[in-house]
Ligand binder design. Structure first.
Ligand SMILES: [Zn+2]
Length: 369
């Protein structure tokens, strides 16, 4: 046996060891046993694994308490990449839990569960943060996107749930304020005071005349613009930060809303942004909304109009899927329900689009011969 044969044997041994590790992981359902005693959980993203990454239970909905604990878990797992804070308090004094993800100077805002019954979006964003961090640390791609480079350019401000009181009303049977009309708990979108936060922003608020004139489970715009404390907290957050874009994640429709005819110029800035997100993440493009009852008071509509920057509503879940918010039925196949392998690329697509636009705007150097 010569020297090169010896190296070949070592390489083969290494490959066999890798194969054994893979077989052990397959046999233990992704839980790798090391030293016969210590269990190291392994999470998989884009075909890669990262020992020690948090495992988020996708089979049950998040409550306010688990949002807090999962957020803390993510910050502990990725101390150089994730911090936990609060964007303000709900009417009942719950934190609007906010994860800052990334190391970049530019900021962007991603918000879930403005509507209480749409708590699939909370799980979606917590999983997304985890998987982006794994991608960052392993160098794996999210879709076709190099998330490490993007998270070195951006810091994402991620609110998994902007309406924690509403979430607890839907899922834990807490009672809303006295006088709030509730037709069915699984229809509940509003905050504790019966104000629909996504009808409460000061964007053509007066033009919203949908017939709901008192606190209710959905569609009540409030007694005055931004009179919901959660609306005010989101506005203060946007005013205090120079967000490059906003994604507000809702359920359902498998589409992206990006414009309305009240604000043609602000909407136009979001059209190509939305188009890029649809192309890479599988969502369908909508036409600009023309009925004020469909857009007035909306968060992303207010954001676009106020800052002239891209702001869109991402609607997860195909229209054919029945949503049952008052139990865990929609979590039996969470990934399938939200089409996770495609839809979770949407935030990376947003950062990537903004970076590509920036590059296109930079003057090109032409060398003379
Ligand atoms: Zn919604």
């Amino acid at each position: 046996m010569n020297a090169s044969d010896g190296r070949l044997t070592s390489a083969k041994r290494f490959l066999i060891a890798l194969l054994v590790v893979a077989l052990v992981m397959a046999a233990t359902g992704g839980v790798l046993l090391l030293n016969g005693a210590r269990q190291v959980r392994v999470t998989i993203v884009a075909g890669l694994q990262l020992p020690g990454a948090p495992v988020i239970d996708k089979t049950v909905a998040e409550s306010y308490n688990t949002i807090v604990s999962t957020a803390n878990l993510l910050a502990e797992a990725y101390p150089d990449l994730v911090t936990v804070g609060s964007a303000g308090q709900s009417a009942a004094g719950r934190d609007l839990v906010m994860l800052k993800v990334g190391t970049g100077d530019k900021k962007a805002l991603v918000v879930g569960a403005v509507h209480a019954r749409e708590h699939l979006t909370t799980k979606f964003l917590l999983c997304l943060v985890n998987d982006y961090c794994i991608a960052y640390q392993t160098g794996a791609a999210v879709g076709t996107f190099d998330v490490k480079t993007l998270l070195e350019a951006y810091t994402l401000y991620v609110l998994p749930c902007a309406n924690p009181d509403g979430l607890e009303i839907v899922f834990s049977r807490e009672t809303p304020d006295e006088g709030v009309t509730v037709s069915a708990l699984d229809e509940y979108k509003a905050n504790k005071a019966g104000i629909d936060i996504n009808r409460n922003f000061p964007l053509n608020w007066e033009g919203l005349q949908n017939g709901v004139t008192a606190p209710a489970d959905y569609w009540y715009k409030g007694a005055a613009p931004a009179d919901a404390v959660e609306t005010q907290a989101l506005m203060d957050l946007c005013d205090a930060n120079d967000f490059a874009f906003l994604l507000s994640v809702h359920v359902k429709g498998d589409v992206i809303f990006w414009g309305n005819d009240y604000d043609p110029s602000g909407s136009a800035a979001s059209r190509d942004f939305a188009k890029a997100l649809c192309k890479s993440s599988g969502f369908a493009m909508t036409d600009p909304l023309t009925d004020p009852n469909d857009y007035a008071g909306g968060f992303e509509d207010w954001f676009r109009f106020t800052y002239g920057r891209p702001g869109v509503c991402v609607e997860l879940v195909d229209t054919g899927v029945a949503i049952q918010p008052c139990g865990n039925a929609n979590y039996a196949d969470f990934d399938g329900t939200v089409q996770y392998s495609e839809s979770y690329t949407v935030v990376a697509a947003a950062m990537n689009y903004m970076e590509s636009v920036k590059k296109a705007d930079e003057p090109t150097t032409v060398s003379r011969k």
